[in-house]
Write a protein that binds this ligand. Structure first.
Ligand SMILES: NC(=O)c1ccc[n+]([C@@H]2O[C@H](COP(=O)([O-])OP(=O)(O)OC[C@H]3O[C@@H](n4cnc5c(N)ncnc54)[C@H](O)[C@@H]3O)[C@@H](O)[C@H]2O)c1
Ligand SMILES: O=C(O)C[C@H](O)C(=O)O
Ligand SMILES: [Mg+2]
Length: 605
């Protein structure tokens, strides 16, 4: 439905933004003419070009004569989307999902203003298409789906060329870059160049949730080869047909890219996404003090999970300080699982005041070889701090199975970031009924849907109706009968990364500190009201993602100011940022968000 009120509000807010004019550009005047404008999705208004613009931009005769309003165009698109939904009813899920992705992608290719407007207004319906889970299917089928390029591709063959290549990007300013090497796409593994779908989807969320101007986003693929044999043998594969670079060769490519980006856009924020674990940690350590960068899978996920864990304590009706007493089993010792453990342990240490060593006691880490203990051969240095003394819990040996651990530990929380669908099987879920909590939490955070550790339905069916449930990809709420509903929370880093990026951008901080990330997580945790918490709701509805992002962005910005990292953005300097109270900061962040409306393309005479 057309959101007239919001439309009016956006116009009002863009007027009042003048005070801090940052993200909203002056009326956009185009230098292109005729068909070139119609083929440029940023400027194109399709049948919406008014007659004056048709006259002065050489468009007369290139369009049917009737001028259609933005509202009518919007309604027309939604009508075709709804009829596609109707016509594909009963067809296999994947076929329907890809058909929906195609219709949205065609609009994205043609008319960005209309695309982002329908995305923002229908985020609940469209996020599962442009983001997880459909984006996973899109990446898997990318070579077949490819029509037009989006973003930039830097390959191992471009070594030595990146500094000049970066100037091939047509936009003068870039604020937000999402970068992948395609090595761990969701739980789907190495998809090589096909992983570009992930940066595209994440940046769509940046536009929808954080109001980053889509002219200033850049999805990037670093193609250093692939170890996926099937892709290497696929004649349609569009990436380099060579095994992945390793060691120095690999890192020199990433170094060159980071230098090139920093040279052209020193203030751009680079989000690392879906890198295999070794490079995720290595690149984070290597760049986080030199560039404004973060790793979403390690740091964004950690913040969202921590907010969910704190919410769980509230659902149990206990004071937040009881978080230190929660026994938490983390399944998956990769970039995401270890990121969560690091942040959660720091939070416990802060709350209990007993230091990090003691804080680790209640956390248990399981990977593909079972319980991680100090007896593990070739113990990964990143996992080592969380390895248990063997026998620390009666009878639990190195490599104990998930079921054994759950039965012995009786955890308050079972949190999966393993990428393995169904690993929380019926037995494991049943064992959670013996948890020491009356309202245990089960987080099946792996993506996409088929990689979730369990389904929502199975969780409520086997672990009991009193559980709190979260999943990385969306599931429908579960009907428990007698009018009762098992609430499904989407525990996905989409609740934080847009606010982290936007807050960092507007603060003008040179780096993204732990304090800024902690502020983001705390802000999300406190967003939920006690009334929602009573219903097992840990995260707000995605429908209000812009409001959440404004709050999170403001929290990040204020943390940057408090740590004296903020250098300001555009005309808003550090002193002005410092003088803003909390409410003014939230207002500033909200008003800096770009909102899709057609801008005039010619000066009024
Ligand atoms: N919900 C979110 O916001 C979110 C964020 C980040 C990652 N994820 C998901 O988490 C998953 C893992 O991501 P990652 O970056 O940590 O991957 P990763 O490859 O770095 O780590 C995967 C870990 O799972 C372990 N594992 C594999 N099989 C297992 C099994 N049968 N039992 C227990 N552990 C097993 C591996 O040993 C490894 O430690 C992916 O599916 C990803 O989509 C979700
Ligand atoms: O992409 C997502 O939906 C979340 C996360 O970044 C992931 O890698 O699974
Ligand atoms: Mg990711």
């Amino acid at each position: 439905m057309w959101k007239a009120a919001r439309f009016a509000a956006s116009r009002l807010s863009s007027r009042s933004t003048r005070r801090f004019s940052t993200a909203i550009p002056a009326p956009c005047i185009v230098h292109k003419r005729g068909a070139d404008i119609l083929h440029d999705p940023w400027f194109n208004k399709d049948t919406g070009f008014p007659l004056t613009e048709r006259d002065r931009l050489g468009l007369r005769g290139l369009l049917p004569p009737r001028v259609i309003s933005f509202e009518q165009q919007y309604a027309r698109f939604m009508e075709s989307y709804r009829s596609l939904e109707k016509n594909t009813k009963g067809q296999p899920e994947g076929v329907v999902a890809l058909a929906k992705w195609r219709i949205l992608n065609r609009l994205h290719d043609r008319n960005e203003t209309l695309y982002y407007r329908v995305l923002i207004d229908n985020i609940q319906d469209f996020a599962p298409i442009i983001y997880t889970p459909t984006v996973g299917l899109v990446c898997q089928n990318y070579s077949g789906l490819f029509r037009r390029p989006r973003g930039m591709y830097f390959s191992a063959k471009d070594k030595g060329e990146m500094m000049s290549m970066i100037y091939n990007w047509p936009a003068h300013q870039v604020d937000m870059i999402v970068l992948t090497d395609g090595s761990r796409i969701l739980g789907l593994g190495d998809l090589g160049v096909q992983g570009i779908g992930i940066p595209i989807g994440k940046l769509d969320m940046y536009v929808a949730a954080a109001g980053i101007n889509p002219q200033r986003i850049l999805p990037v693929m670093l193609d250093v080869g692939t170890n996926n044999q099937k892709l290497l043998e696929d004649r349609l594969y569009l990436g380099l047909r060579q095994p992945r670079l390793e060691g120095e060769e690999y890192i020199s490519i990433v170094d060159e890219f980071m230098e090139a980006v920093h040279t052209r856009w020193p203030k751009a924020i680079v989000q690392f996404e879906d890198f295999q674990m070794k490079w995720a940690f290595e690149t984070l350590q290597r760049y986080r003090k030199r560039f404004c960068t973060f790793n979403d899978d390690i740091q964004g996920t950690a913040g969202v999970a921590l907010a969910g864990l704190l919410g769980t304590v509230r659902v149990q009706g206990r004071p937040l300080s009881d978080f230190a007493k929660q026994k938490i089993v983390v399944v998956g010792a990769g970039s995401a699982g270890l990121g969560v453990l690091n942040m959660a342990v720091q939070a416990v240490a802060r709350m209990s005041g007993n230091g990090e060593a003691a804080a680790k006691n209640n956390f248990f880490l399981i990977d593909k070889d079972g319980l991680v203990t100090k007896e593990r051969n070739n113990l990964d240095p990143m996992a080592a701090p969380f390895a248990k003394e063997p026998g620390a819990i009666d009878g639990l040996r190195e490599g104990a199975s998930l079921l054994e651990v759950v039965k012995k530990v009786k955890p308050h929380v079972l949190l999966g970031l393993s990428g393995v669908g169904g690993v929380f099987n019926h037995e494991v879920l049943k064992a959670m009924q013996e948890s020491d909590s009356t309202k245990p939490a089960i987080f099946a955070m792996s993506n996409p849907t088929m990689n979730a550790e369990c389904t929502a339905e199975d969780a409520f069916k086997h672990a009991g109706e009193s559980i709190v449930f979260g999943s990385g990809s969306p599931f429908d709420n579960v009907d428990l009968g007698n009018g009762k509903v098992g609430h499904v929370n989407q525990a996905n880093n989409m609740y934080l990364f847009p606010g982290i990026g936007l807050g960092a951008l507007l603060s003008g901080a040179r780096i993204i500190s732990d304090g800024m990330l902690q502020a983001a997580s705390e802000c999300l945790a406190s967003y939920i009201t006690d009334v929602d918490i009573q219903k097992g709701i840990l995260y707000p509805s995605i429908d209000c993602i812009r409001n959440i992002t404004a709050e999170v962005g403001a929290a990040v910005l204020r943390a940057a100011v408090a740590e004296e990292l903020a250098e300001g953005h555009c005309e808003v300097g550090p002193r002005e940022l410092m003088n803003m109270c909390k409410e003014e900061t939230v207002e500033y962040v909200s008003r800096s968000m770009w909102f899709p409306v057609y801008s005039p393309l010619v000066h009024e005479k």
